[in-house]
Design a protein around this ligand. Sequence first.
Ligand code: SAH
Length: 426
Amino acid sequence: MTSRPEGTPVRQVRPKSALAASGAPQVRPKTEGWQQKKDAEGRPLLQFASPKRGKPPVHLADLAPDERVAKVKELGMPGFRAKQLETHYFTHWTHDPAAMSDLPAAGREEFVHGMLPPLLTEVRRLETDRGDTIKFLWKLHDGALVESVLMRYPGRITLCVSSQAGCGMNCPFCATGQAGLTRNMSAAEIVEQIVKANRLIADGGLGGKKRDDHSAERVSNIVFMGMGEPLANYARVMQAVRVMTDKKHGLGMSARGITVSTVGLVPAITKLANEDIPVTFALSLHAPDDKLRDELIPVNSRWKVDEALDAARNYFDKTGRRVSIEYALIKDMNDHGWRADLLADKLNARGRGWVHVNPIPLNPTPGSIWTASEVSVQNEFVRRLNDAGIPTTLRDTRGKEIDGACGQLVATTEDEAAAAATPNED
Ligand code: SAH
């Protein structure tokens, strides 16, 4: 131990959080060397339209109940067989003709195949958290690749679903966004991710205590936080949500257990607010000021922070459902104390009790130049919001070890090689 002469001042070490509040550097995508891709008119590149590719086969889950009956008749069967197929698919989670002994043996295979064509072929499955988190890599009929992540929590099972193969929104910190849009998924391709997950859970494939009977368990919560921008594929996502929530002709899930997360397509948020299905709504804000959000979230070139927040507030007014603001905390980029204060001000200016904030430490993505904020900075960010009266909780992040966490879903060349070697399910 060294002795200190009497009277020598002790150097004051300021806590990190205080540093972040005042003197933390400001970095931005541009200064870090990331350049936005531009379209022909020099605007940030956004792909709203799905590139034309061969359409996936039409499936029962793409159709409204009366259309299903019509299609069954077209295939030469009496209309009541539609209900039998719905039960097999949405209650027993199977499309295997061999399991459908209530259908006539003659022509059964062809009929079932016509109504419930296989849509997702499993290419790979990765597990972590002692089997409580599973990431699936699926190949679609045309070779496009998508992922879903299944997570067991105490009292609930959540599936993170993809709504597009790739994504056209080009957010620099998201691996999916950097890969571009391959195509929209059909409603049935979205729904089939749940059906496959339910089958696996019932078979005891998702963690928990293996000796328990899992046959009554199923996915209870859906988050549209896999690949894709759900509101850029609006009609198909809504059809999928209708199937998820339909008690008579679908999966019978609760709408409040379904979270639609968007980067902020304002007209589509307004449309969603006017639907008769009150899903939980989440807005990926990530910056409260346009100066930074213009760079960080290219769609901000179309709809600004205030417009997106007004649309979120309107969602609350129309549905009575508290909305959620997502905020990935990126070191020295968007994690400054003054930004927490500005966010709180903007939210409080729109009333009380309508919103909560869900910051998430940034997950690493391949080749990314950014990292998560320091823990002390995260805590300070959360504290400031809570002190301002905005309920704020750090999001628990799962699946990082298997690149299955938010923003990490992307098909790698390794995935593509594995997919090429996997024959389509038939
Ligand atoms: N397109 C939708 C769904 C995307 S993923 C949307 O933008 O909301 C769901 C959430 O993960 C979004 O809030 C997204 O911004 C966030 N995210 C993306 N990349 C991330 C990363 N590397 N770390 C943490 N969260 C990330």
